[in-house]
Ligand binder design. Structure first.
Ligand code: HEM
Length: 457
């Protein structure tokens, strides 16, 4: 009798343990959300939500009073913490005014490259990053050195030396890892890049914003070009390649087809996996929404990209690039704003980024067949595990699709599932710590109250 009870107990424990990858990560994500809200406070208004529906999402996001960027939102302390050093110089977090205008102008100048040059530069940078690579890779790690070189060349107008590439990747990887709560900040890596940029300022080939100190200029470049640009382009490329790796039919068509189809794949990827989860704004005046609803000045609006991008699409969870094919409604009429709202500080790279992304994806497709059995989620904390099989790999095509490949893909799925269990626990602990630490440091609040401490500390 006792033996039977023990046996049942062991079976029950085994079932719970084996099923962990199925249910634990989602529960931990929900718990993390709850902890974040408890520590941060429930100050924000979700859009779309009870107060503002999907139908008024664009109207409210574009409203001139939905323009405050940092001051007055508890949430800003967290973003400033993640983006240190120099969040007060990051274009994304500057309040409107002279300084913002000067910085935004400099960014536009640096990004205004002829199309042919963007394509040529991307081809060169991606080609070097792919040299000698095959087998199982993490797509984000694979491609980040390419975008580090790309950004360097945009800013300095000359090829990126290897030590600069390492500094840039060290900085960008540290920021994005902390943002996803997969690791803590390493301020030494970030500070090394700042020091390098300060001493390299005389070599910058563009006019930099007037009225800034050398350190402020370096921090501006670091924020926009060696953090945001590198992180966003690496994440976007990893997402598109993951989508192709997980949808072989779409991959085959994209490889054979022209750029119009690839553009549809990119649009659908950024619909389903928008790089911004939430963009927040602090209202500078009352906003009247329809009859009788007023959002008071000083409110924190959280624009929820994934929710907006799913509303109004049939079977919104399904990956289907044909939604953007000719004959359907034009993208501007859909709930699709991967680069933000044109009227309210959209992404300054909205023209350059899709061009460069298309060339990067084309280069990878030209060289490899892609397969992945790993999870593809919006925040992509697994950095996109993927099997790269070179087209020119020896042996008949059948051998490339034989038992070895199937085994690799099976082990990828199992490994990814178990990593997810461990990672979600790590994210819970480190995320809670960082939210607490950001509240303790109050970098944004102190900046605006004139009680700033040395950045990043
Ligand atoms: C596929 C790649 C990219 C996507 C999907 C993307 C997306 C976005 C989005 C949605 C916003 C607006 C967020 C908001 O409303 O607060 C934004 C802002 C911004 N992005 Fe991008 N981005 C990408 C690449 C880049 C690149 C290459 C740069 C290079 C400098 C860049 C620099 C910025 C900056 C500086 C802002 C803040 C704009 C402002 O407040 O004036 N982004 N991006």
């Amino acid at each position: 009798m006792l033996t039977a009870v023990w046996a049942a107990l062991w079976v029950a424990v085994a079932v719970v343990v084996i099923s962990l990858p199925r249910w634990l990560p989602a529960r931990v994500v929900a718990l993390r959300g709850w902890v974040f809200t408890r520590i941060n406070g429930e100050e924000s208004i979700a859009v779309p939500g009870d107060l503002v529906g999907v139908d008024r999402f664009r109207e409210v996001y574009s409203h001139p009073a939905a323009s405050g960027r940092s001051e007055g939102a508890v949430l800003s302390d967290l973003f400033w913490y993640w983006l240190s050093p120099g969040p007060e110089m990051h274009q994304e977090h500057l309040e409107a005014g002279e300084r913002y205008d000067a910085v935004a102008l400099a960014t536009r100048r640096i990004l205004s490259l002829p199309r042919a040059r963007v394509e040529e530069l991307t081809r060169g940078c991606v080609g070097r990053a792919l040299e000698g690579r095959h087998g199982v890779v993490r797509l984000r790690d694979l491609i980040m050195p390419a975008w580090a070189e790309f950004s360097y060349e945009l800013v300095f107008g000359e090829p990126c030396p290897p030590h600069a590439r390492e500094l840039i990747v060290g900085n960008a990887d540290d920021v994005v890892t902390a943002l996803k709560c997969c690791g803590l900040r390493h301020m030494d890596r970030r500070d090394r890049l700042t020091a390098y940029l300060v001493e390299s300022l005389p070599r910058v080939r563009h006019e930099l914003p007037a009225g800034l100190t050398a350190r402020e200029r370096a921090l501006y470049l670091q924020g926009a070009f060696f953090n945001t640009a590198v992180v966003q382009m690496s994440e976007a490329t990893a997402h598109v390649l993951m989508a192709l790796a997980r949808h072989p039919d779409v991959q085959a068509r994209a490889r054979a087809g022209d750029d119009r189809y690839l553009d549809q794949v990119i649009a659908e990827t950024l619909r389903l996996y928008p790089l911004f989860g939430i963009a927040h704004r602090v209202t500078t005046d009352d906003i009247r929404v329809g009859e009788g609803v007023v959002i008071p000045a000083g409110s924190v609006l959280c624009f929820d990209y994934p929710a907006f991008h799913r509303a109004g699409f049939p079977e919104p969870e399904r990956f289907d690039p044909r939604r953007f094919a000719p004959g359907h409604a034009p993208a501007r009429e859909l709930n699709h704003i991967p680069f933000g709202m044109p009227a309210n500080r959209p992404c300054p790279a909205w023209r350059l980024a899709p061009l460069a992304l298309r060339v990067a994806v084309r280069e990878v497709l030209r060289a490899y067949e892609l397969d992945s059995t790993a999870a593809h989620t919006r925040s992509l904390p697994n950095r996109g595990p993927c099997l790269l099989t070179p087209h020119d790999a020896g042996g008949p095509a059948g051998a490339r699709h034989g038992p070895g490949r199937r085994l690799t893909l099976l082990s990828m799925r199992l490994k990814d599932g178990w990593e997810d269990v461990w990672r979600s626990l790590v994210q819970l602990v480190l995320g809670t710590y960082m939210v607490w630490d950001a509240r303790r440091l109050r970098l944004c609040e102190r900046h605006f109250s004139g009680d700033a401490r040395p950045q990043g500390t």
